[in-house]
Design a protein around this ligand. Structure first.
Ligand code: ZN
Length: 347
């Protein structure tokens, strides 16, 4: 099946095929967890299967076994697919077993080497995190892209196309997968929420919280992160609804940065609703943004971003959060936006 939020990108790919424009190099971009690999594999299956993605032929079964995301015990330059003419490349493991931050030139050489072997069948190479190729690796790949061979397809997967050299970009056809908020994706998500959790969560709101990335929404729901996130969210809304109450911050201890991010998302969503003059799934948020002025909400967002960027330095996060929360708890009736001193002093 094609995921609802992949449909546009997939249509663009099949259009290339139908018009006989299968490129030598393809770049698939999109946010983390949007499903770039799934889209690539679906496309590869379309190319290889003789029965329009049957799931049963030799090629379909070989592809189904591939899981290049699996962490291996040892580091390898490249990984071979179960389909004999396909190879995957992704950052190696360091000695400590961690994934390296870059793809190195010896990996790209090994990758291109395999692809240059003569074969009658289609040769396919997939590079994960292509935007993490170091300069030498990118130059090495460029040589292969400059002299494309018949019957070879190289697919680059990357979060950020801008991180790739222009010389490589110009030799790729690119397809982007955008975040999604449409009803089909919401429906897909609601089907993928565990049935016992289904009544507790609103799929549209989950998708909003996951910035329009359905796989991320599913993942967040599996761990207790989302539950925690939701309790922070409820607590933050309660604060703004009851300005007279003393601020209780125990719940946020040790999670100051996460709380700031949570509040940032909440206000961003509130501003969006206010600008669209519409209501969201969170009743309390609707009430708060109704009463708060847009100007104050924007100012607070500014201060929150500043606080989040300061979190890189060893500053007192509790104090930063407290100051932000004081403003937030009075947001519905702020006459004049206060100056948060410790933010101004350091900036
Ligand atoms: Zn098949």
């Amino acid at each position: 099946m094609i995921f609802p939020w992949h449909q546009n990108a997939f249509a663009k790919l099949t259009q290339m095929l139908e018009q006989n424009h299968l490129p030598h190099a393809l770049l698939i971009t999109g946010a983390e967890k949007i499903g770039k690999f799934e889209l690539a594999m679906r496309f590869i299956q379309t190319l290889l299967c003789e029965n329009s993605v049957c799931g049963e032929c030799q090629h379909c079964r070989q592809l189904a076994k591939d899981n290049p995301r699996d962490v291996l015990d040892q580091s390898v330059l490249i990984r071979r697919s179960h389909y004999p003419n396909m190879v995957f490349c992704r950052p190696e493991l360091s000695e400590s077993g961690r994934e390296s931050k870059e793809i190195r030139v010896n990996q790209i050489r090994a990758f291109c080497d395999i692809l240059s072997k003569t074969a009658d069948a289609l040769q396919i190479g997939v590079i994960f995190y292509a935007d993490q190729m170091n300069v030498n690796a990118a130059n090495s790949l460029l040589k292969t892209l400059e002299e494309p061979r018949e019957n070879t397809l190289i697919i680059l997967l990357a979060h950020n196309a801008n991180a790739l050299p222009a010389t490589i970009l110009s030799r790729c056809q690119s397809v982007h997968i955008s975040p999604t908020f449409d009803s089909e994706s919401v429906e897909w998500l609601s089907k993928h929420i565990d049935s016992e959790k289904r009544s507790d969560f609103d799929a549209a709101q989950l998708l909003e919280n996951a910035h329009g990335i359905p796989f991320k929404a599913v993942e967040e729901l599996q761990g207790d992160y989302f539950l925690q996130f939701q309790s922070w969210q409820n607590h933050l809304l309660e604060m703004a609804m009851n300005p007279a109450k003393t601020i209780e911050t125990k719940l946020f201890e040790g999670y100051e940065l996460e709380t700031l991010v949570c509040l940032q998302q909440l206000i961003t969503e509130g501003v969006r609703l206010k600008l669209l003059k519409t209501q969201g799934a969170l009743l309390e948020l609707n009430k708060v943004v109704n009463k708060a002025s847009l100007d104050n909400l924007f100012r607070l967002l500014d201060d929150i971003s500043r606080s989040i960027s300061l979190a890189q330095d060893p500053v007192n996060m509790t104090l930063l959060l407290d100051n932000v929360l004081i403003v937030w708890s009075h947001i519905t009736h702020l006459k004049q936006y206060p100056i948060i001193t410790n933010l101004r002093e350091v900036s």
